[in-house]
Design a protein around this ligand. Structure first.
Ligand code: PMP
Length: 383
């Protein structure tokens, strides 16, 4: 086993020391006044980062539980809904809907494409809800959910956005853009360990939830909202994670959201330049929209899963492989959360070393890291 591990993945992401410290403090009882203060502060920060009109609901669980809550709270058997997909996490909405006995319409685009807002809106006619993904972590594409919400608006359908791997890392103006439900999780750009999930719910979405008859219990929105209104939780919350999240959100607030978004764009830009200097092709878009994950095509004859395993087991550098049809064909570098320029330089150098062991050599030794250093020097942004 390597002595040192580098998490350069699209989640879970590394944790800042301030977050670890907050989680190491003596455990608060969840019915204590101190926890109420912590919960109030954390929910306030969460509302600001989601930029929603309402306080988001907080659940114990991974991001998928908040996704599931959107389906189970708003819908009833036989409801007509649309799921728009161009990757693995879009398809998760389909699976959740089907698990609840729904038969969603499916607007399907190739993995790696950007969702076409007009085409999505055309299919949304007559639907109660449209489910989309913001940052499609499996392909590196960040979909234009603002344009999708705008295009869908005339249909009256509620727009539900999976922001699990985007919240805090790229702009998401929930209320301003007219997005009805945003779901997210703690373990990506929010720099907190996995285990907390959130759902910001608009008035229109609450109206659906009042009539939705699908079964739900621990993820019931009204139960969660009523408890939170009393600065409490319906069930025992992961107190430690709430403390960690509060510390992480404070860091993001101190930095300012725009600075965090600019840092992500800057890290992504250097990553793309480094990848191209290694003589490799990008799978994710070669522009600033792709700020959270860079997906790199593997050269012919090289299995991305082997590269991933070699990087992890020999070098201690944990990137991510491809999912579904992209398994073996791409490697993903996550640059969200608590990351800086040296993480990118490490990822590029490690990728070069691993590929060299498999017979692929870049145009010049160290070409990827050298290009990244050059880009960071030019950018003049502190990352
Ligand atoms: N949606 C997206 C866009 C994701 O990136 C992920 C996690 N990779 C999920 C949903 C699922 O989140 P979780 O694993 O926390 O349930």
């Amino acid at each position: 086993m390597p002595e040192k591990t580098y998490l350069i993945t699209p989640g879970p992401t590394p944790i800042p020391p301030e977050v670890s410290e907050a989680m190491a403090r003596p455990l608060l009882h969840h019915r204590s006044p101190d926890f109420k203060v912590l919960l109030e502060e954390t929910l306030g920060r969460l509302t600001r980062i989601v930029a929603s009109a309402e306080t988001p609901l907080m659940f114990a669980g991974s991001g998928t539980s908040a996704m599931e809550s959107a389906v189970s709270n708003m819908l009833s058997p036989g409801d007509r809904v649309l799921v728009a997909t161009a990757g693995n996490f879009g398809e998760r909405w389909l699976k959740i809907c089907r698990a609840y006995g729904l038969d969603p319409l499916h607007h399907e685009q190739e993995w790696g494409e950007r969702l076409d807002p007009v085409a999505v809106a055309e299919r949304a006619d007559g639907c109660l809800a449209v489910f989309v993904t913001h940052s499609e972590t499996s392909t590196g594409v960040v979909h234009d959910v603002r344009a999708i919400a705008e295009a869908v608006r005339p249909t009256g359908a509620v727009v539900v956005v999976d922001a699990v791997s985007s919240l805090g890392g790229v702009e998401l103006a929930t209320a301003e853009w007219g997005i009805d439900v945003v779901v997210a999780g703690s373990q990506k750009a929010l720099m907190t360990p996995p285990g907390l999930a959130f759902a910001a719910v608009s008035d229109r979405a609450w109206a659906l939830a009042e009539r939705g008859t699908l079964p739900r219990f621990s993820l019931d929105w009204a139960t969660t909202r009523d408890a939170q209104a009393k600065l409490s939780t319906a069930f025992t919350p992961p107190v430690t994670l709430v403390a960690g999240l509060n510390a992480a959100l404070r860091l993001l607030e101190d930095e300012g959201p725009e600075v965090a978004w600019a840092r992500n764009r800057s890290l992504a830009h250097a990553t793309r330049e480094g990848v191209k200097a290694l003589g490799l092709e990008l799978f994710s878009p070669d522009d600033d929209s792709s700020a959270m994950v860079t997906a790199v095509r593997m050269p012919d004859g090289i299995d991305g899963q082997q590269v991933y395993a070699l990087l992890r087991d020999r070098f201690g550098v944990v990137l991510a492989g491809g999912q579904g049809p992209l398994r073996g064909r791409i490697i993903r570098i996550g640059h969200m959360g608590y990351m800086n320029r040296f993480d990118i330089i490490t990822a590029l150098s490690a990728l070069e070393l691993a590929l060299a062991e498999m017979g692929y050599h870049p145009p010049a030794p160290g070409a990827g890291a050298a290009r990244a250093v050059e880009v960071f020097g030019d950018q003049g942004v502190r990352v």
